[in-house]
Design a protein around this ligand. Structure first.
Ligand code: ATP
Ligand code: MG
Length: 422
């Protein structure tokens, strides 16, 4: 498709990606922009990263660029580093075979995919048609081998080849279907939708680290609310958050689900306005329903602090079997949870101590979401909002002296919650 028949806006193409393309071409190789960036340029979105596809083998790419690192075993790739920007360069892949550099599990999963081929082979082994377009900077044409332009125009997500086989090769494609449908606001073509419910359970065999990476893409792409709704519709949440799945019902009635919705809305808003987000917050919210349930069972036996610790141990042990959570995030989740009970104490010196806690901000944001979800009295969240804004004299007047226990009580306190509907 020549340049006058499409609307790729070149001003959104990264200079570094252009450099990589011209260097590879200068060294005598074919090289195109490919995948998500071409798709995004065609529908008028700004690509978040740039991928290049070439007939140069990874080692040959490495010879052309000093700033190149080869990564991946399952799928070998070259990363070209320009400061913080990385241009991903993949060699054209051919369909896999049972021998040599490709390996397929008996359930259909492709375990290794390093058989090289030509450009057209490469297009056919990609996941969705709209992800298989190539942009040629030498004449500004778009190259389409799989009928993708029709799907771009009708905003349709269509699996290349037989959807069921393609999901079996790589079950993560089910999550990718949901992610692109939500992010691009595309509809999933019926045959591409059909096998998802039946094959969802194959996600159980995906390494937990890959599912963690995919979760971040699902929920930190500014369409978390829509993504969550689609995951629920296709019954895939149970393979990502098995402990919480029982709270996620169509009618979004449970306060556990309302908290998740509030937190996803908040995440989308933060990302759209360029504010940082942390996976710890997402996981803390996703597991809060089961956390309250665990606490109900444990709180009367041990002090609050310990009950939260024990409940967190139990929940994380299960969750980690599904999605890994790097330690720095699980530590932060625990802190967010622990601090919830300390918001109850609004007398003495403790409110000031809490303000100084390094996780105060995240824990306070979490408290506000709990209040929005109707799980804690809005008055409590409002009190903390006001307390932060006042000077010390005014803060002293705000203290709830009458709440302070008359005598030191040994009885463990529990988080005040309204009943949670399961
Ligand atoms: P994003 O905008 O999220 O980066 P993307 O389409 O660029 O979307 P990537 O995960 O960056 O997605 O992958 C780049 C390209 O590689 C895809 O467009 C697709 O062509 C191909 N691809 C990635 N993952 C798979 C997969 N699991 N199966 C088949 N093709 C894939
Ligand atoms: Mg990409």
């Amino acid at each position: 498709m020549p340049r006058n028949q499409h609307q790729v806006s070149r001003k959104h193409i990264s200079d570094n990606a252009l450099k990589v393309l011209s260097r590879l071409r200068g060294a005598g190789y074919d090289a195109y922009l490919v995948g998500g960036c071409v798709r995004d340029l065609l529908i008028g979105q700004i690509p978040k990263d740039f991928d290049v596809s070439t007939n140069a083998h990874p080692e040959q790419v490495k010879e052309v660029f000093k700033n190149c690192r080869l990564i991946g075993r399952r799928f070998r790739l070259a990363h070209i580093h320009f400061g913080r920007e990385v241009i991903e360069v993949a060699t054209f892949r051919a369909p896999h075979s049972q021998e040599g550099e490709s390996l397929q599990h008996e359930d259909g999963r492709i375990l290794r995919d390093n058989v090289y081929g030509n450009e057209e082979d490469d297009a056919w082994r990609r996941d969705f048609t709209v992800n298989a377009l190539y942009y040629d900077i030498s004449d500004f044409s778009v190259r389409d081998h799989v009928g993708a332009m029709v799907d771009i125009k009708s905003r349709t997500l269509r699996m290349i080849g037989d959807p069921s086989e393609r999901y079996k090769e790589d079950p993560v494609r089910m999550l990718r279907a949901i992610r692109f449908a939500a992010k691009l606001d595309f509809s999933i073509e019926p045959a591409t939708q059909a096998p998802i419910k039946e094959l969802g359970a194959m996600l159980k065999d995906i390494p937990s680290s890959r599912l963690f990476d995919e979760l971040l893409k699902l929920f930190h792409g500014a369409s978390a609310v829509k993504t969550f709704q689609l995951l629920r519709e296709y019954d895939l949440l149970r393979y990502l958050f098995p402990l919480s799945d029982q709270y996620f019902k169509e009618n979004a009635q449970s306060s556990a689900e309302q908290l998740v919705m509030a937190s996803l809305t908040n995440t989308d808003d933060r990302i759209k306005s360029g504010k940082p987000v942390t996976p710890a917050f997402l996981f803390a919210a996703m597991l809060w329903g089961p956390m309250l349930e665990e606490l109900k069972a444990k709180s009367h036996k041990v002090p609050q602090h310990q009950a939260i610790q024990l409940a967190a141990d139990t929940l994380l042990t299960t969750q980690l079997q599904y999605t890994s959570i790097p330690r720095r995030f699980s530590v932060m989740m625990r802190e967010i949870w622990q601090l919830q009970s300390r918001f109850e104490t609004r007398w003495g010196k403790r409110p000031w101590r809490l303000l100084e806690h390094p996780r105060f901000r995240a824990a306070y944001d979490f408290l506000v979401l709990r209040a929005d979800a109707g799980e804690v009295e809005p008055e409590l969240a409002d009190w903390w909002t006001e307390f932060q804004e006042r000077d010390e004299e005014q803060q002293k007047k705000m203290l709830k002296k009458s709440d302070a226990p008359k005598k030191r009580s040994r009885k463990p306190r529990s988080i005040t919650t309204k009943t949670i509907e399961v």
